[in-house]
Design a protein around this ligand. Sequence first.
Ligand SMILES: CCCCC/C=C/CC(=O)SCCNC(=O)CCNC(=O)[C@H](O)C(C)(C)COP(=O)(O)OP(=O)(O)OC[C@H]1O[C@@H](n2cnc3c(N)ncnc32)[C@H](O)[C@@H]1OP(=O)(O)O
Length: 395
Amino acid sequence: MAVVGVSGRLAGCYCLRAVRSSLQVPAVQLHVSKTAMGACQKDFESAVNQVKLLKKDPGNEVKLKLYALYKQATEGPCNTPKPGLFDLINKAKWDAWNALGNLPKETARQNYVDLVSGLRSSSDSSSQVKPEADKKQAGYETLVITSEDHITKIMLNRPAKKNALTTQMYREIMLALEAASKDDSTITVFTGNGDYYSSGNDLTNFTDIPPGGIEEKAKNSAILLRDFVGCFIDFPKPLVAVVNGPAVGISVTILGLFDLVYASDRATFHTPFSHLGQTPEGCSSYTFPKIMGPAKAVEMLIFGKKLTAGEACAQGLVTEVFPDSTFQKEVWTRLKAYSELPQNAMHISKQIIRNHEKEKLHAVNAEESSILQERWLSDECMNAVMDFLSRKAKL
Ligand SMILES: CCCCC/C=C/CC(=O)SCCNC(=O)CCNC(=O)[C@H](O)C(C)(C)COP(=O)(O)OP(=O)(O)OC[C@H]1O[C@@H](n2cnc3c(N)ncnc32)[C@H](O)[C@@H]1OP(=O)(O)O
């Protein structure tokens, strides 16, 4: 919200060049004051110094964030009078600070440190031209993440298991989204490695039972599910799915939270929840009826009708379908062009569109997750999972 307020004014003003030069990082007066106390004081001081050494201008939006977090971390909530309407630069800075409300100083310090750390890694990685293999970000075992042409691509990387989503994968995706929200990319893309986009939840997730038994497992899974879907609800940049092949379960439902869905004509869309004794997630109980109308949503979510890419496009779940033979080329050409559009305008537009729905989406997500927690303990669900594991059943 804070960023929307500030950037909206920045984007709307005609003195952008003046704003830009006034917000040069050193001019933001990043001196550590004695009021910035607490556990991460050292990290904070070091982050303040690192900002001065950034090799790349992080852009106005980020500089305003840095300014606001610095002021909040050192002085607390905004305590100066609002600048006049035509004092555009100081007003943008004041707005940024004021928008942080009562954010505690410690949180502001931590957020500042996190923001700088994200800037450093993206600045380091973009400061030299790297060979293709080196563009891959380290630290992920189940995903391949690359950043190029202002696009961060998150590729599910378990092709031998049809990119079924393990617990580790849910966690890595959340981390990847968090990092992508802070990097200098303009759009973020999801895709799958191999012939599948994703076969949905890895059904062997249900076999790893903790000491607290299946109730604890169901509870932990519901929390993980809620947090996972929450990251998509809150993701601030345009999010694009490049659906390279069949998609099943949660990899389909979550598409309702994406901004663009491009599909190969080989892709299919399948949500066999009733077959698995389960119920919809990913906010699909709300987004699907809105996108395709209640009748078509029921066919998918209750009766498990599998859609072709063409059908999914006709029903509004997919933005556009491409022939598989030219899919990658056409889609990436399109996305590269989109990624050159002004970043702030795109992000603010996304926020405006999403903000109308955010509260509702979080409420739906919480409800779906809690219903699933019970479903996972039902005989219907356990039998379906056992059938799959004993290879009696396949979709
Ligand atoms: C934190 C918890 C959140 C929970 C959120 C809930 C989400 C709900 C859902 O997502 S429901 C959807 C669940 N998915 C499925 O039911 C799909 C099950 N898989 C299949 O039916 C088939 O594998 C297939 C149709 C996707 C593909 O069939 P195909 O014959 O082409 O390939 P294989 O079956 O031989 O698959 C290759 C190997 O991959 C393993 N695998 C595929 N999908 C999954 C999966 N979802 N879970 C676990 N394992 C999967 C498959 O077992 C093969 O492994 P193997 O080579 O070792 O035999």
